[in-house]
Design a protein. Structure first.
Length: 311
């Protein structure tokens, strides 16, 4: 299994500008790219892995001229030491990208658990896992990572988030209720699980319907439940030629209920019904949580994170 990356892919995954990568190649011989018949650069997994290590060293004061004089074993050792010592999210995200490329569960778990101990579950999810998923999402839509690598890492992420959700209290505030679902044919559930954790930790009453929910079921649910809002994510479905009609139907299904839409496909939505709003990212969910009325349980002094590993 060999992945090929363009110089733009390396920029997305490492945070190093394409222009800088070219300079480092020409001036220091840092990488030796392969070239197509039309002389376009491309790279393999070992190039990406090495550049991720170089990026972390460079971000932490190592000049590129010094890095190029180190052996690969020395670079690897410094990289591993920095991953432990440096809590900055960018370092941790690069480590997770490397774990995905190598399909290294031990490295993934080590990075995840170290971040939990330093940041807690919520901030680990928001500051590390969510940006990491955005990175691999950019590669997924352009077929730059193999499905097996994506499935491997997403299943590990899913296990961690589900475990965190299961540690949250089961009693929630019914005055703050929401439905989380994915449309038919949509199975990319990680983003929805992240939302479930954030909302449940804030003691929202969450009805989690999960993936592949038929459109005609939604109006029935909306009639039966007293919802404050519904949230859905469009990653690859509905397809663009059906997107606008689906959004209109969604607005009709949730009359008198606010609907929030996010995800990759949502950027292609045009005009939306009055009760539908398109979100750009997790920050808008956090604003909604922060602006929600305090739970009566909170006012009585009950800790909303009791039972959750959030220290």
């Amino acid at each position: 299994m060999v992945n090929e990356y363009s110089i733009r892919d390396l920029e997305v995954l490492t945070g190093i500008k394409s222009h800088t990568i070219r300079i480092w190649e020409q001036r220091y011989g840092l990488l030796t790219p392969k070239r197509t018949e039309t002389n376009i650069r491309f790279y393999f997994d070992e190039d990406l892995r090495f550049l991720l290590q170089v990026a972390l060293l460079n971000d932490n004061g190592y000049r590129i001229s010094k890095i190029t004089k180190l052996s690969k074993a020395e670079i690897n050792q410094i990289y591993e030491d920095l991953l432990i010592a440096k809590p900055e999210p960018i370092a941790q995200i690069n480590g997770l990208v490397s774990a995905m490329v190598d399909m290294n569960e031990v490295q993934f778990s080590k990075i995840y658990e170290e971040n939990i101990s330093k940041l807690g579950i919520k901030d680990t999810i928001i500051q590390v896992i969510y940006p990491f998923l955005n990175r691999i999402g950019l590669l997924w839509v352009t077929n730059k990572i193999k499905p097996i690598q994506e499935h491997f890492i997403l299943n590990l992420v899913r296990q961690k988030i589900v475990a965190a959700i299961n540690k949250l209290p089961t009693v929630q505030d019914s005055s703050k209720s929401c439905l989380l679902f994915l449309p038919e044919k949509e199975h990319h559930e990680i983003g929805l699980l992240l939302a479930q954790f954030i909302l449940k930790q804030a003691r929202f009453q969450v009805y989690y319907a999960g993936a592949n929910v038929p459109l005609d079921n939604l109006s029935i649910v909306n009639t039966k439940l007293k919802l404050n809002f519904a949230l859905t994510l469009f990653t690859i479905f509905p397809s663009r030629n059906k997107l606008q009609n689906y959004v209109e139907a969604l607005g009709d299904s949730f009359k008198n209920t606010q609907v929030y839409i996010s995800g990759y496909q949502s950027r292609f939505i045009g005009k939306v019904p009055e009760n539908v709003k398109v979100w750009k990212g997790v920050d808008e969910l956090l604003k909604l949580v922060d602006s929600a009325p305090h739970s009566p349980h909170l006012e009585r002094g009950i800790n909303p994170t009791s039972g959750a590993s959030n220290d």
